[in-house]
Write a protein that binds this ligand. Structure first.
Ligand code: THG
Length: 262
């Protein structure tokens, strides 16, 4: 599974403070810790409190690139902020995210194509968050069709069913999981699938347990990638074990160690 570390997000107090104080060392430490724990890429989100996201995202990208070349996931609902992050980026970029709305698709799909970036698409529209699996699939099909029209490679598209908190949307969990499987059969070649995992446990008790249980279930439905906290060792162990059970790696008694050494 492709792991995107979620911790460089202004919503976290230490990162919000580091952005305000332009404390590069704090951001770089957070980047390197996540990579050491198994992150393949880093999500970068200025957070809701940032007053200058257009300049903050450039500062974050530059700080991270001083210590690592892993791909950066530019996480913003504002296309201008993503465009600004792209200007600062030297390495591979993931655009996080587009929605099923034509105004967003018309800006971000060509932008991703031009920069050879991967693209995360939320199955959401101006009408709001879907209420069931059929609404998710309809939005997913709209997004896939638009990428095909615009010549963006569907293999570089990551569809996100929008994971909701278990404590407010319990009845939707099964639909969200089934969407992950059904997104894969919309087109050939298949789009990829991704979730923002920590959403599922917001406001719940035993967050880590809720996160790793959802992730292992989602893995069984074919999930390709997740934005998560790679410093949660139990979560990463569960992810590695789930992939082993799904025959993605060869078994050996020291499989956790072997995976981490890869
Ligand atoms: N899909 C995509 N991108 C996303 C999300 C998604 N990006 C943002 C988010 N969702 C994924 N990242 C996080 C990061 C943190 C938390 C949840 C998702 C989180 N934070 C603690 C909380 O709110 O309780 C903050 C704790 C603190 O303040 O210290 O849970 O779904 N494509």
């Amino acid at each position: 599974m492709f792991i995107i570390g979620e911790l460089i997000n202004g919503m976290y107090a230490n990162i919000g403070k580091a952005i305000r104080e332009k404390n590069k060392a704090e951001i770089q430490k957070c980047a390197l810790e996540q990579i050491k724990c198994g992150a393949d890429a880093l999500d970068v989100n200025c957070g809701p409190a940032s007053k200058e996201p257009i300049t903050d995202i450039q500062w974050l990208v530059e700080a991270i690139q001083e210590v690592t070349d892993v791909p950066i996931s530019l996480d913003s609902s504002k296309p201008q902020v993503i465009e600004s992050g792209l200007k600062a980026a030297r390495n591979k970029v993931i655009i996080n995210s587009v929605t099923a709305d034509p105004d967003k698709l018309d800006i971000l799909v060509p932008m991703a194509k031009q920069h050879n970036a991967k693209l995360i698409a939320l199955t959401i529209s101006a009408k709001g968050i879907p209420k069931d699996k059929d609404q998710r699939l309809e939005l997913a099909a709209t997004i896939v069709a638009d990428c095909i029209d615009k010549g963006f490679p569907v293999e570089d598209l990551f569809l996100d069913p929008i994971v909701l908190p278990l404590n407010v949307a319990q009845a939707q969990m099964k639909d969200i999981l089934e969407s992950i499987h059904e997104f894969k059969i919309i087109s050939d070649p298949s789009p990829k699938t991704i979730v923002g995992l920590s959403n599922v446990s917001q406001g719940t008790n035993a967050r880590s347990l809720v996160n790793r249980t959802f992730l292992t279930m989602a893995a069984a439905y074919g999930l390709d990638a997740a934005i998560l906290d790679p410093l949660d060792k139990d979560l990463m162990d569960a992810q590695i074990t789930a992939e082993l059970i799904l025959n993605k790696h060869i078994y050996c008694d020291s499989f956790l160690y072997a995976y981490r050494k890869k």
